[in-house]
Design a protein. Structure first.
Length: 148
């Protein structure tokens, strides 16, 4: 073996040795931070003591309605109703102007095709001929779904 081959081999061995030492030192530093006493599980008594030290919550504020009430003769807003179909879920309400679709959520395998006023349609994503058409009607102020 010549001198150059010996130096290259020694250099590679030294570099590998230093890389292993750096890895062990890095794991030791990270491991100490991950497994220090501050991260150990707490006992039931410790949890109870820490919870007792927390300040008691003040009176909670009442949530405000997300929708303003209509200003008309009606004293309460039109109630929405969730109506399930084979093609998805429809949320509808009976307003003073008539039945209205609030939202439509297609079921798996269906997509929203049409939504206008009181009529809607879901269509199958794999077959456009798989349709669920409906109209919303109001009876006694309560929305219901009629297939069409």
């Amino acid at each position: 073996m010549n001198r150059r081959t010996l130096l290259v081999t020694a250099g590679w061995a030294g570099a590998a040795f230093l890389a292993v030492l750096a890895g062990i030192a890095g794991i030791g530093v990270l491991g100490a931070g991950l497994t220090s006493a501050g991260n150990s599980p707490r006992s039931e008594a410790q949890v109870a003591r820490e919870l007792a030290e927390l300040p008691s919550p003040g009176p909670s504020a009442r949530p405000t309605p997300s929708e303003p009430r209509p200003s008309g003769n009606s004293s309460r807003p039109a109630a929405s109703r969730t109506l399930p179909t084979r093609g998805g879920t429809v949320v509808a309400r009976c307003a003073s102007t008539g039945p209205r679709i609030v939202s439509m959520s297609p079921a798996q395998g269906f997509a929203l095709h049409e939504q206008e006023g009181d009529e809607g349609e879901f269509r199958g994503t794999s077959d456009n001929h798989d349709r669920v058409r409906f109209t919303i009607v109001c009876s006694g102020g309560r929305p219901s779904l009629v297939s069409r």
